[in-house]
Design a protein. Structure first.
Length: 168
């Protein structure tokens, strides 16, 4: 498995996997399949431009993208020490192969290198496999937001988690 930073030329594969994630696991993401499907590929290409505010990594099996994760860095001076894990997804047929952990480890390492001292994320409350993955990586829960998102009129709570990255 090759984990590498995604670039604009990866946009078609990234977009396809992202739309799959949004369609098959709508409750896991605040973005919706219906909204993202309407966006042109150029929006995805722009999202994958390497930059200071956001970066994305992909897990490749040969040429096939089978997992992804993103890091969004806060930009305001008072919150610039923080980053957010976004868009984490591994194709279900690859589950249990360590891809999620490899993606998360890469993101955490890159966040540390860029001076981020606190990473936060949300996971759908009740998603035990994802919660266990984050806990094994060192994240801790600090609260649950009820009715954080709604999918087809049904509310889903989001568990908020964080990990400190300050040098010891």
């Amino acid at each position: 498995m090759d984990i590498r930073q995604l670039i604009p030329s990866d946009a078609p594969a990234y977009r396809a996997l992202r739309l799959r994630a949004l369609r098959e696991h709508a409750e896991a993401f605040s973005s919706s399949y219906q909204d993202d499907e309407m966006l042109p590929l150029s929006v995805t290409e722009k999202r994958l431009l390497p930059g200071e505010t956001q970066r994305f990594w992909g897990a490749f099996d040969g040429d096939r993208l089978c997992g992804m994760v993103g890091l969004e860095r806060e930009q305001r001076s008072k919150t610039r020490h923080k980053g957010k894990v976004v868009g984490m997804y591994v194709a279900p047929e690859e589950a249990g192969n360590g891809i999620g952990r490899a993606l998360l480890d890469r993101l955490v390492a890159e966040a540390r290198l860029s001076g981020i001292e606190l990473l936060v994320l949300t996971v759908t409350d009740g998603n035990k496999p994802a919660t266990r993955l984050y806990e094994r990586a060192g994240f801790h829960s600090f609260g649950v937001e009820p009715d954080a998102i709604r999918v087809d009129g049904r509310g889903f709570a989001k568990r908020h988690m964080s990990i400190g990255l300050k040098p010891k």
